[in-house]
Design a protein around this ligand. Structure first.
Ligand SMILES: NC(=O)c1ccc[n+]([C@@H]2O[C@H](COP(=O)([O-])OP(=O)(O)OC[C@H]3O[C@@H](n4cnc5c(N)ncnc54)[C@H](O)[C@@H]3O)[C@@H](O)[C@H]2O)c1
Length: 351
């Protein structure tokens, strides 16, 4: 088992993390336990959790409908209402058992209920294990804009048990793996070289490395004033592409859009000579071997440009991208021209 120290809490990774959870629950006295889950984590993960943690057997369960479309204020209002009905006080503990939707929404509900009560995360998707549950960002979507309302508030602990991934679909596994590739490309060349050679999408070690790298960045810059911006590599174009697809009613997962975003942003990084042509070709080959190309119609391309302009990293009307600066490091580039984005899209479409 791996233990990673974060700002003021620990992250436990491995099958034995359940024992650490038992230890945590016996050491900290709470008046009530409330488990927030969705129907899938309820079916596949909750029985195992309750079996292994005697203390949680009398926990209140709040089961939400799965899906990003439920990461809303309305769902929060329902959960706040349920917490009030149950009589949850400031000494209670919220346990977020699920993917990123559950840790984002559950963390936000916990951060705001009675001005904030304790919560822990038990992520059950690869994306939430390596990314969403770590770093203290909580939040919900509002008026169609992703993560518009939220807080930065850290959990009391994170317990990552990779065996929960046994029931996750291959598409959802690949979804999370895109964030593993991202963190390697901006933070650790050795890790990238290992990923390049391997066909494994996850293992205890891969998850632990990805978490360690994200945690190192977050510990230095919790509020995203500086180095935490590096985590947005692939997300300027990728996030715009995801939003464009969602707006057009088309099916896409975050990691699929980010994989396409990483190809296009690496293309731009190569044009700016931040990475070599060879490095770009390696990134392109690895991502192409996993993620099917996404069709960018004229209408989608127009929407991509509209969404890119709203990107939170932009400064005084300049488009800012977090790009790899040779592999394993990053640089914020605020001189990106629309014509360069168009060229990257054209390259991506030719594949
Ligand atoms: N806070 C952050 O720093 C951060 C970072 C990245 C992403 N996010 C957020 O995370 C969310 C995406 O997370 P996600 O990809 O985990 O989505 P998700 O929570 O919607 O989970 C994906 C699907 O997997 C199902 N599922 C969960 N665990 C399962 C299991 N063990 N077996 C079978 N099915 C299971 C869920 O019910 C859901 O249908 C987005 O809302 C995104 O904004 C947040």
């Amino acid at each position: 088992m791996t233990t990673i120290k974060s700002t003021n809490y620990n992250i436990y990774i491995g099958e034995n993390s359940i024992e650490k959870l038992n230890h945590f629950l016996s050491k900290n006295l709470y008046s009530k336990y409330i488990i927030i889950c969705d129907e899938n984590s309820s079916e596949h993960c909750l029985p195992k959790l309750l079996f292994a943690c005697e203390k949680l057997q009398g926990a209140e369960i709040i089961e939400l409908e799965s899906g990003e479309e439920n990461k809303t204020l309305e769902t929060c209002a329902n959960v706040w209402g349920a917490l009030t009905d149950i009589g949850v006080d400031r000494k209670s503990l919220i346990i977020n058992l699920g993917g990123g939707v559950i840790s984002d929404l559950g963390g936000f509900v916990a951060s705001t209920y009675k001005r904030g009560i304790n919560f822990i995360n038990i992520p059950t998707t690869l994306l939430s294990m390596v990314d969403a549950s770590v770093g203290g960002k909580t939040g919900i979507d509002f008026e169609g804009i992703k993560n518009l309302i939220g807080t930065i508030n850290t959990p009391k602990a994170i317990f990552i048990n990779p065996s929960f991934l046994n029931t996750l679909s291959q598409r959802q596994i690949k979804n999370g793996y895109a964030e593993v590739i991202k963190i390697a490309l901006i933070a650790d060349i050795k890790f990238w070289q290992e990923l390049k050679k391997s066909n494994l999408f996850y293992s205890d070690d891969i998850i632990a490395k990805a978490v360690e790298l994200k945690n190192n960045i977050v510990k230095k810059d919790l509020f995203e004033n500086d180095i935490r911006k590096s985590l947005n590599f692939g997300h300027s174009i990728g996030h715009a592409l995801e939003s464009a697809y969602i707006k057009s009613g088309k099916d896409i997962l975050h990691g699929e859009a980010i994989a396409a975003g990483m190809i296009m942003e690496s293309y731009i990084a190569a044009q700016h000579k931040k990475i070599t042509k060879k490095e770009f070709e390696e990134i392109n080959a690895k991502l192409n071997s996993i993620y099917p190309p996404i069709k960018l119609s004229k209408e989608i391309q127009k929407l991509i440009f509209e969404f890119i302009k709203y990107d939170k990293k932009n400064e005084s009307n300049h488009l800012c991208f977090a790009l790899p600066k040779s592999i394993g490091a990053y640089e914020l580039s605020c001189d990106i021209k629309e014509s360069e984005i168009q060229e990257a899209i054209t390259f991506y479409q030719k594949k």
